[in-house]
Design a protein around this ligand. Structure first.
Ligand SMILES: *Cc1c(COP(=O)(O)O)cnc(C)c1O
Length: 367
């Protein structure tokens, strides 16, 4: 089906940046800089400066950023790691592959972990909390850090959807022990394939992750300091990410303007609940524009017919996928959200005409 309003538009995204991206790729290939070269180090410096940390370490994906953060923090079998029940499966897979047990906590009305329920999830086995900054909104990091300090826990921010978002003026990924980013093509800073990074102020953790991503090898000495992984951020990919990082501030401004336009047109329509939770200390970047309604499925069918492409994150909670072998933690809000949310078109290429057409089709449905 061809949509008149597309959810994202990677061809248009490339068209706008073609000259810069082509130059970065050709220059890198011409120099023969394929693996672990200067372009990677340069992107890491730029990313660390953007996020506000001493280090950024480029890895193969957001999943690897999470997994290597857990391994570097010494988390393994017998340990428990607390995270949100409503997240992308990779957050939980990283915990499982580290050998630890995921403890899922329900979410609050802003779709992020309900920090009021954090403390009661802590047991003597708890070693870390992974707050997930979903849809481009930072979790309640004041409470997360308070609980972590009280019980001596590591805080691994899943900031895969929140590059550039802030809490109390601090950047997502700079508030916990480590921050984990994804450069999956449809994240706000999207690469030409999979990619990710860990940000941290901790020199020791940065070094451990640098070793782990390169099979445990110290490049200077050739010494293997432990069994690691083949999980580097690809060098050509890093060169392209450097190009795109320069545009992220303006993309964030655009996303905020698009969100404001949705808000203006959709306030008071049907039973819609809109994602405007902005307080002075929390600045969202709207990775996703998620609305909530009891009419989700028929509304989505109507939008489809009207030529508006939408997406659902996610159709059912993780524990309802038998293959994941997770116990049902009984999280009522996560269950409800999976039935009621729908994501509207939102990207750097989404236009105000797209918003108008989408809002019109939504109003039509509720009329
Ligand atoms: C995208 C994403 C990840 C994983 O990133 P990949 O690069 O796809 O491995 C983890 N957590 C959240 C919340 C994400 O959105």
């Amino acid at each position: 089906m061809s949509y008149r309003v597309r959810f994202v538009n990677p061809q248009e995204h490339y068209r706008r940046l073609k000259a810069e991206i082509d130059h970065a790729i050709i220059d890198t290939l011409t120099k023969g800089d394929l693996v672990y070269r200067g372009q990677l180090a340069e992107f890491e410096r730029e990313l660390a400066a953007f996020v506000g940390t001493r280090h950024a370490v480029g890895v193969a994906s957001g999943y690897h950023a999470l997994h290597l953060s857990l391994v570097a923090a010494g988390i393994g079998p017998g340990d428990e790691v607390i995270t949100a029940g409503h997240t992308f499966v990779a957050t939980v897979s990283a915990i499982v592959h580290a050998g630890a047990t995921p403890i899922l906590v329900d979410i609050a009305s802003d779709y992020n972990i309900d920090v009021e329920q954090l403390k009661s999830a802590v047991t003597p086995k708890t070693k870390a909390i992974i707050p997930v900054h979903l849809n481009g909104r930072v979790s309640g990091m004041d409470v997360v850090n308070e609980v972590a300090n009280e019980f001596g826990l590591a805080v691994i921010e899943d900031a895969a959807q929140a590059l550039g978002a802030t809490f109390g003026g601090r950047g997502a990924g700079s508030i916990g022990t480590t921050g984990c980013f994804s450069f999956y093509p449809f994240k706000i800073l999207g690469g030409i394939g999979d990619g990710g990074a860990v940000t941290t102020d901790d020199d020791d953790i940065a070094r451990r992750i640098s070793l782990l991503r390169y099979n445990g090898e110290d490049r200077e000495t050739g010494e293997y300091h432990g069994h690691g992984y083949t999980a580097l951020l690809d060098n050509v990919g890093a060169a392209v990410l450097s190009v795109k990082l320069k545009h992220v501030r303006s993309w964030i401004e655009h996303r905020r303007a698009i969100a404001a336009a949705y808000r203006e047109r959709l306030t008071g329509v049907g039973d819609l609940r809109l994602p405007h939770f902005d307080e002075d200390n929390q600045r969202d970047i709207f990775q996703n524009y998620v609305i909530r309604t009891s009419q989700r499925d028929p509304l989505r069918a109507h939008l489809d017919t009207a030529g508006v492409e939408t997406l659902i994150h996610w159709q059912k909670p993780m524990w309802r996928h038998a293959g994941l072998e997770l116990d049902d933690p009984g999280l009522a809000e996560t269950e409800a959200v999976c039935r009621e949310v729908i994501s509207l078109p939102m990207s750097a290429e989404t236009s105000f005409e797209d918003v108008a057409a989408t809002a019109m089709a939504i109003a039509e449905y509720f009329a």
